[in-house]
Design a binder for this molecule. Structure first.
Ligand code: ADP
Length: 595
């Protein structure tokens, strides 16, 4: 509405006030000036009447009424007034009427001023002249008879319309001045209010922009001093809100980064237990459907345990139980933790954290298996040692030779236990979590030669020959010497162990595509395809290959794989030997540059 605008209101009020003020001034000034003009005209008329009276009294005697009328005519024309002399209502002389026509004039004794003069000596009246048809002011004085004139009433009349005209002029001029003044004042007020309303608009625009979130905006144009505290408060408020918003955005960013960077899956639920948001890790864990938002946990996870947990927390029942463990389709085990919280509306919401504990569970199982296997590995020789030691004590043989047999078995079992424990330590060492392996350049040729030397006595015992066929180079790899030696030693020792008497072991070494590859081949029983992978597991042994008394711990190949993995390489059972029998084990490592 146009009348609701500040500018219009200022204009209307200003105009109305000015008009009212000028109206009052107009009324009083014209009234005062009008009454002053009237009073002045009356005074002047009285003055003129007095002068005329004195002249009439002083002049006489007049020869005749006609001579008196002529004298009156001359005097009136000089004074610019009308002079009348009335005797008992009859006009004896009148400056405005010819002497001859005086007799035609009506009786003037009833004129109000004449009546008053006759009664009180003086009289005055304002009216339109019946003779002259003009507004006149009449003043009359009762005259005593003089030598040439009978007593009567001397009357002077002055045109009153002059006063009216002057008053009219005054009013007209005043009205013009008033109109111009009001016009100019309205124009100035319009200009002022326009300037003001423009700065108010600018002021409110900035305030609106701040309200819309542009907290860097500041009010710099203030419509007036009264607005300065408001502008100051709005600016301070914008600064404060801006600071808070920045802090909130920073925290939100941090939270979002944390949310997205977490390995744990996170799902937030609203007060109705429906999904509000989730992170990428959860999507990777349980492949969230595209329309997951707004659904219940059971719909997206398909696990009733999660739904039960959420329901109990929403009903405020499950304060004690705030986590469940669920199995996913792909054999992964996930622990789901639930944390309830109250939002700003007082609604109870829930955050679900999905923690993948598959590795932990596997490690737990691995540890259990390891302990069971290790106990088994150690208990068998220990039982044997205990049994033979008891036999020795209970029924000691008569000669040392008899005892030697028992003692040798005890020693053999003790050696086996030492071997198992050494292997376990070696495995533990190779599996040290977090240990950074410092890989250096190691000569494969040298390590192999050293391992062959170590195993040669064992091979000689079985009349097994070892043939090394390697490329004419250093075959350097990235790793560490002890580890590389361990791998060679283990593979060659196994080959010797499972070789038939008089058998042959062949060892190959070559470098191709930045990789150095070694293979150890024997003529033993070989390993069937079903065991091909499992033999690298800890404590895994192929029963049919177990050699009485020679049985290892089943840890050798597991340790080899661990070391090769630590070096960034691979080890595998490569099937049968060259002639289609025996076993062939190979491993490859990254070649070291020889510059
Ligand atoms: P062990 O100490 O028992 O030799 P390993 O881990 O070295 O343990 O070997 C695991 C199993 O793999 C052995 O028990 C054996 O059954 C089989 N095996 C290893 N090397 C050979 C080979 N050269 N020929 C036949 N079987 C082998």
């Amino acid at each position: 509405m146009v009348f609701q605008s500040f500018q219009m209101r200022v204009l209307l009020w200003g105009g109305a006030l000015l008009l009212a003020a000028m109206g009052v001034v107009f009324y009083y000034s014209t009234a005062i000036v009008g009454s002053e003009l009237l009073a002045e005209t009356e005074d002047r008329s009285w003055g003129q009447l007095n002068t005329v009276r004195w002249l009439v009294e002083d002049h006489g005697p007049f020869e005749s009424e006609k001579a008196f009328d002529e004298w009156v005519d001359q005097l009136a024309s000089r004074q610019g007034i009308r002079i009348t002399y009335i005797v008992d209502g009859r006009v004896v002389a009148d400056s405005e009427v010819d002497f001859d026509r005086l007799s035609e004039l009506e009786d003037h004794s009833t004129r109000p001023e004449v009546l008053t003069a006759m009664a009180d000596g003086r009289g005055m009246h304002r009216r339109q002249s019946a003779t002259l048809h003009k507004d006149m002011i009449y003043v009359a004085w009762r005259m005593e008879a003089t030598s040439s004139l009978p007593d009567g009433v001397l009357r002077v009349a002055a045109p009153f319309s002059l006063v009216r005209d002057r008053l009219g002029d005054l009013r007209r001029n005043f009205l013009w001045i008033m109109l111009i003044t009001v016009g100019v004042a309205c124009g100035l007020a319009a200009l002022l209010s326009r300037v003001m309303s423009r700065s108010i608009t600018e002021f409110s625009n900035v305030a609106r922009q701040i309200g819309e979130g542009k907290y860097d905006k500041r009010i710099r144009v203030v419509p007036g001093g009264e607005f300065a505290p408001l502008a100051h408060s709005v600016n301070a408020m914008a600064k404060k809100i801006g600071r808070h918003i920045r802090t909130i955005e920073d925290q939100k960013g941090q939270l979002r980064a944390m949310f997205d960077g977490m390995n744990e899956g996170v799902m937030t639920l609203d007060a109705d237990g429906r999904l509000e948001s989730y992170n990428a890790a959860l999507d990777g864990m349980i492949a969230m459907p595209a329309t997951a938002r707004g659904r219940t946990p059971i719909e997206v996870t398909r696990r009733y345990e999660v739904q039960n947990l959420v329901d109990s927390l929403l009903k405020n029942e499950g304060e004690d139980v705030n986590s469940v463990i669920i199995d996913l389709m792909d054999n992964r085990v996930v622990e789901v933790g639930a944390v309830p919280y109250t939002d700003h509306n007082g609604g109870r919401k829930i955050i679900l954290v999905f923690h993948d504990i598959t590795v932990m569970k596997r490690a737990e199982k691995g540890l259990k298996d390891f302990v069971a296997n290790a106990s088994h590995q150690l208990r068998t020789p220990l039982t044997s040692i205990k049994g033979y030691a008891e036999t020795l004590l209970d029924s000691p043989p008569k000669d040392f030779e008899g005892a030697r047999y028992f003692l040798e078995i005890i020693l053999k079992n003790a050696n086996h236990m030492t071997g198992v424990i050494s292997s376990m330590l070696a495995l533990a060492k190779s599996e040290q979590v977090g240990k950074a392996f410092r890989r250096v350049q190691v000569s494969g040729r040298e390590a192999l030669e050293q391992a062959v030397i170590t195993v040669t006595p064992l091979a000689s015992e079985k009349d097994v020959s070892i043939a090394v066929e390697i490329e004419d180079s250093d075959l350097s790899v990235m790793g560490d010497e002890e580890g590389l030696l361990h791998i060679f030693h283990n593979l060659i020792q196994n080959a010797v162990k499972y070789s038939p008497k008089g058998g042959e072991i062949r060892i190959y070494g070559s470098e191709r595509d930045d990789k150095v590859r070694f293979c150890v081949e024997d003529q033993g029983p070989g390993i069937s395809a079903e065991h091909s992978e499992k033999i690298f597991d800890r404590f895994y042994r192929v029963d049919e290959n177990t050699i009485d008394g020679e049985g290892g711990s089943g840890l050798g190949l597991a340790i080899c794989r661990r070391i090769v993995k630590n070096f960034g390489g691979e080890i595998w059972h490569d099937g049968y030997g060259r002639d289609g029998s025996g076993a062939r084990f190979c491993f490859s490592l990254k070649a070291a540059s020889l510059d």
